[in-house]
Ligand binder design. Structure first.
Ligand SMILES: [Zn+2]
Length: 204
């Protein structure tokens, strides 16, 4: 999982200045979801122990309903086309009914203004049974957002070995493959690409 600037995010997404939480099929072969664990974030999520992300969809625009947190965006627009929520929900339903392969979703998590974590690709698997606002996405070796944030702040946004702030990665101190935890900040550190690779070589 790399730490990247918003500029790098835009370059990676072929110049698209992504701002919304949910961006269905914004690229040819995949969708993009932006997440945040910051207070007052426009989009919230929760990562469970097993690495499943529960993601809250877009809220109704504030100009339609001032109490926007209380009401979720509907699945259809007034003209009957699918909203972003609706498109994700439909894709998840289609997968559930085995009409298609799971949609690929590139996820980014905001750490702070201008600083993002590239979370990589997830499969869009299933909306929860009775609550349409949630979409579940599956992934392994997940480092929860709160832990990422704690590590980033503890290491002051720099490689722990050389102090570089370029090409940062979240590194498991005791490797995940050797039973190292992803859930506690004490087992995660920030390393630059160079030191991350060096460390990897040591364990092979
Ligand atoms: Zn370094």
């Amino acid at each position: 999982m790399n730490v990247i600037s918003y500029t790098q995010l835009v370059i990676k997404e072929n110049g698209k200045q992504i701002q919304k939480g949910m961006n269905f099929a914004i690229q040819k072969t995949y969708s993009v979801v932006l997440m945040s664990t910051q207070k007052n974030a426009p989009y919230n999520d929760h990562i469970f122990e097993d690495g499943v992300i529960e993601y809250e969809g877009h809220d109704v625009p504030a100009n339609i309903n001032p109490e926007k947190k209380l009401v979720d965006q509907s699945l259809l627009t007034p003209s009957g086309t699918l909203t972003e929520n609706g498109k994700f929900f439909q894709a998840a339903l289609d997968y559930k009914e085995r009409l298609r392969e799971p949609s690929q979703i590139q996820v980014y998590r905001k750490l702070r203004k201008g600083i993002w974590v590239d979370m990589g690709f997830y499969d869009l698997i299933d909306p929860s049974q009775d609550d349409q606002e949630y979409l579940d996405m599956l992934h392994n070796r997940q480092i929860p957002g709160e832990v990422q944030k704690e590590v980033y702040e503890r290491d002051m946004g720099k490689c722990r070995i050389c102090g570089s702030s370029d090409n940062l990665h979240f590194d498991h101190i005791l490797p995940f493959s050797k039973g190292g935890s992803s859930k506690v900040a004490s087992n995660i550190q920030l390393l630059c690409a160079r030191h991350n690779l060096k460390k990897g070589a040591k364990f092979i």
